[in-house]
Design a protein around this ligand. Sequence first.
Ligand SMILES: [Zn+2]
Length: 485
Amino acid sequence: MSASERSGGASVGPDAWEYDVLAAAESGGYGLKGIAFEIFHGEGLVDAFAIPHARFKSLLARIELLYSVENPYHCALHAADVLSASHCLRKALPDVFSAVETLALYLAALGHDAGHFRLNNAFLKNSKHTLAKKYPESVLENFHLGLVFELLEDPDVGIVPFLPATDLARFRALLSALILATDMSKHMGLFKELQRWVGENDGARDGDGDDDDDSRAGAPYDTLNDAIEASDAANDLLRVPHKNGHGGGDIPQISGARDGSNENDHEPWVRPALERASEKDRLVVMQLLLKCADLANVVRPLEIADAWGKRIMEEFYQQGEKELSLGLPLTTFPNRRNFDYVFARHQLGFLVNVVRPLFEVFTRLTSFDAREAVLASAAENGDAWTRRESQNQPGRKEAAGRPSTAPTAISKSPSSSSSTSTSRGAFGALARQNTITMMRAFKQSNLTMLTANAMEMTGLDVALDEVRSTHWSPYDRVRVVNADP
Ligand SMILES: [Zn+2]
């Protein structure tokens, strides 16, 4: 499939959930600099701080250079994608953030993986890397943050001199807190913070006749299983709030860019809650917004999710091979066997256990259109990966006499057997029901190494029955530690 046939890239702007930075880059050479300048300038952020355009473009060029072109996933286009998703999500919230807050958010999105070299925090700690000695906590995130600050203070391209002295301390604090929040070992703590805030504020409007069971949506989950259970029980997919105030019904087909209007398009408690939120709580919302943007590719339209998923798998494989060759603890996939099955299961596990619960809570704050677009993609992608997992189970493939796919390089044109163009249009109750069925099945099964690895959570011990049975790993148990999205 050619770049021009890929959905989104040329037809919608970077504030649309369907925007495809990979297609935009392939079809028009449109990379980080172009996408970022369009967003920053379009939002008036360059002129608001009277930053000369040439200087700002030079800053963007220098940020782009911090990303290795050898990284399949953690490349400059990932930074552009996270900025695009941050922009899309911020525009979907009520317009309550100040210029300095937005500037910090967007620069954090652009710089949050600066200098990444295709190894995760677990590898750096296990190999006693010099960065792990320098930063005992959030090794890579502190490293990324240092690089970004260096550039922002650079005498030639830095923008710090243009920020009002009264904003400087807040800008620095925001940028630090935002980039450090992308450490996935902090995920559950931040997720619970957002749930707490939503629960407190959503609950404040009760007694107004609303019949939603807000306690379920807002209560913090003690365990991941609780999160899945609550999500299942709340059956949120079947009661996505609509503009007319009624839950349920068919989710409309998503088409192209949204119209940009987000006034009077949210649950009524959201704007006042954001406006009266403390600085700390506003930061929590911004941190979770950036975390959503960092994981957005999993719930972008299927073709985009597929392309990014294959890229992160390639980085996992490269690291797994290094771990095996160096005799380090194995924290990710050691080989490419049964790729189609492993890939589908990985994507599904990450979607069901981490990404969808996060977006379900965060999109309570966004416009109804944005919530529908994201949850529709989540359901569609969940269905597609469930099908692929089933179709590509190792036993099935061998019985059918088909060789396992073992890619040695990322595919720029995903070989998905699912059709994005048809499945998006055909989205409806059946697709949603399949996702709920899939979630139930997942809840009942043991977490596998694949899912746990994708979750990148600290301290999770996982039984590896499935891994042992297909000879993926020589280890009986793997202590799953951090990896970075
Ligand atoms: Zn990232």
